[in-house]
Write a protein that binds this ligand. Sequence first.
Ligand code: ATP
Ligand code: MG
Ligand code: MG
Ligand code: MG
Length: 578
Amino acid sequence: MNYWSQFFIPTLKESPADAEIASHKLLVRAGLVRKLGGGLYTYMPLGLRVIHKITQICREEINAGGGIELWMPHVHPVENWTEGPRWNVAREIMFRADSAGAGKRAPAEPEFVLGPTHEEIITPLAKTEITSYRDLPKNFYQIATKFRNEIRPRYGLMRAREFIMMDSYSFDADDEGATQNYLRMKSAYERFFTRLGVQFIAVEADTGVMGGNFSHEFMVPAEVGDNDVLYCDESGYAANREKAASAIVPADLADAAPAGAVEEFATPGVVTIAQLEAAPHSVPAGSQFKTLVYIGDGKPFIVILRGNDELEEAKLGSLGFSLFRPATPEEIAPVLGAKPGSLGAVRGTIKDPSALAGVFADHAIRLVGNGVTGANKDGFHLRHVNVARDLAITRFGDFRRVREGEPCPVCGKPLKLRRGIEVGHIFKLGTKYSERYNAVYTDAQKQSRLMVMGCYGIGVSRSMQAIIEQSHDADGIIWPWAVAPFQVLVCLLDPQNEEAKSVAQKLAAAAEQAGADVLIDDREERPGVKFKDADLIGIPLRVTIGGKGLKEGVVEVKWRAEKEMAKVPVGVAESHLA
Ligand code: ATP
Ligand code: MG
Ligand code: MG
Ligand code: MG
């Protein structure tokens, strides 16, 4: 058992000036975290206890889902990234970790970077370590620190620059196996979030339309969330706004865009970005390509590439992997001749397909971005294509967003809308990374085949705050039992009273015996201060021992989530706790 006087819980009466939302205020006021700098936080002893609990539940459920834990470096040689499929996009949010110093200047290009995620590390590892179909399937995970230089770190742990993530990567011999692994992880996530005691909803997320890949985001419903979730109680359909929007793109274009826009997208023979990526040499010079562009409203710019499985990169804005760091939708929209919240098509002529091999998807996005943020901001990206000459932006029109009340795409009943916090994400990747790193294995027929991958992330530190956002009142946090830093608070109103102290220890021991973590508030403070602090830090069960009550042989038992308190004989309290 822990004594408050010997532990360290620096509670505050006032919220920090930069805290806009309840959970951020409470994190700081309850002494769970302290800020070092923007998006950088120390987990104080009480906060760390919560992190450890979430981490342990996560570990148990991912293990049960077939995960095998390992630990990868957070300092990455930059080659791992430059050889990967998304360096140009990802580098925008990556911290450099260079070997400057000792008289040596930082090089112009990074030598080392801090890991924002680990596909670029684990895929080459799997390539060397897994050689035969007998080694498959495998699912490796870690629970560790991630670094992202977010455009706008905010809301405390919600969008931090350094945060804790469970990240997992599955490798399978074939597509069917990868789907099975994905479903196992989806169940593991459902068990995990259920055990946390947080309300959540798994929603379909977009992956582009490349066959066989799919994705779900796990959302905690909350007004302060960054995401719109459209869902239907009737059919069980639930999707994030982008996914729901992409499902209705043709209809909306038909409504809003000039006649012919939809047909144009259905036209065979027009090159998609995916074709160009996959087989640049088969694309004749002079071909037309096309892609859809969505001007977000409120969020940074989002580009949807149809027929392309690079959506993780394509959804640049919402991922924070933004190429358009300085450009807001309001800035972009007039340049493209469109309003925020509108959807359009970008079409162009491909002059030299081979010059674009392998990088075109990034460039297509950059071209739009450069058209907005100023040509040659990123000089070499304009090497092959001149925006003004080669690209025509056509077919912008008002994009009727999916709204609350529209027909559910499954059953036709009205969709409902909620805001949500993304706490987890699962993604069936297919062979995108294994192709790039040539991660192959030998099958039973001695044929060399690409491993089929999935990747999965849980925001551990963000989940901690999402729980608070969902479970608090005017007085403070209300921790669900499973993640509470302590589950039972024994509040000693008169710590000098020897009898009260020994009752406290007896009750605490009984609760500990039963598996609860117990904190004894033995501080020399007025009862009012103790009760305020108790409510603030949100321990689920409080047992108050006062001299007066003891004379009657009772203690006061109160659940944090309930208003009523009960006077209970000491013996009864002991047997209840035990
Ligand atoms: P977001 O859309 O909020 O930027 P993301 O889609 O970029 O998140 P993923 O790459 O899917 O995030 O990472 C997996 C999980 O890591 C997310 O579901 C989220 O819970 C968590 N996460 C991502 N970025 C941050 C951050 N900056 N701070 C805290 N947690 C984060
Ligand atoms: Mg992001
Ligand atoms: Mg996201
Ligand atoms: Mg995500």
